[in-house]
Design a protein around this ligand. Structure first.
Ligand code: SF4
Length: 191
């Protein structure tokens, strides 16, 4: 008889299993928002998701639709849940540092070119670094840069005057991130 590994390859000891009203929509959301990879989808004869599995980072999560006849219901039906899933992300500190921008305009006033790059880059970096900002990441940076150009703000020549006057100590490194984000988005087919 063939040997069957009691622990399937790649599975951790404990795996969260989410039951929800529309598990396929939940999977689509996790793919968009958190770059989840779908590993498995087993449908019931009526098309509901009987068993699904996704991976986010190095963690696997199982999902299924509600099957009330079997006593399996999700948070919508229960009107709440005592369970939360916590996710560690590498760039949380940088994202929250960028989020400190209060749109005061001091950076634009200090810049000899009247550039709004520090302000715009803080907004772009804040959202680009968090998984919640992933779905509109590409379109956001393109439209923000387009708007900045249309409004007639000048270009950035890296004098660093903006960083020096920023009351929230927003770093000029966000401008490099903005440029990277813009180039990646401009040449991406996935907008
Ligand atoms: S000076 Fe700082 S806080 Fe004010 S708009 Fe510019 S980046 Fe934001």
């Amino acid at each position: 008889m063939a040997h069957v590994n009691p622990i399937p390859d790649g599975m951790q000891t404990i795996t969260p299993h989410i039951v929800c009203k529309d598990a396929k929509a939940a999977i689509a959301f996790y793919i968009k928002a958190f770059n989840a990879v779908e590993l498995m989808q087993l449908d019931a004869p009526d098309g509901k998701l009987m068993h699904g599995c996704i991976q986010i980072g190095d963690s696997k999560i199982m999902l299924a639709d509600e099957f009330p006849d079997w006593g399996s219901v999700g948070p919508n039906t229960l009107k709440g849940t005592p369970v939360t899933l916590s996710m560690y992300v590498e760039n949380a500190d940088k994202a929250f540092a960028a989020a400190a921008c209060i749109a005061c305009g001091a950076c634009v006033a200090a810049c000899k070119n009247s550039s709004a790059m520090l302000f715009v880059s803080a907004k772009v970096a804040h959202l680009a670094l968090l998984p919640q900002g992933a779905p509109e990441r590409r379109t956001r940076v393109l439209s923000m840069v387009e708007r900045m150009d249309k409004e007639g703000f000048g270009s950035c020549t890296f004098t660093q005057a903006c960083e020096a006057v920023c009351p929230k100590e927003i770093s000029i490194t966000n401008i490099s991130r903005l440029k990277k984000e813009y180039l990646a988005s401009a040449f991406s087919e996935d907008k």
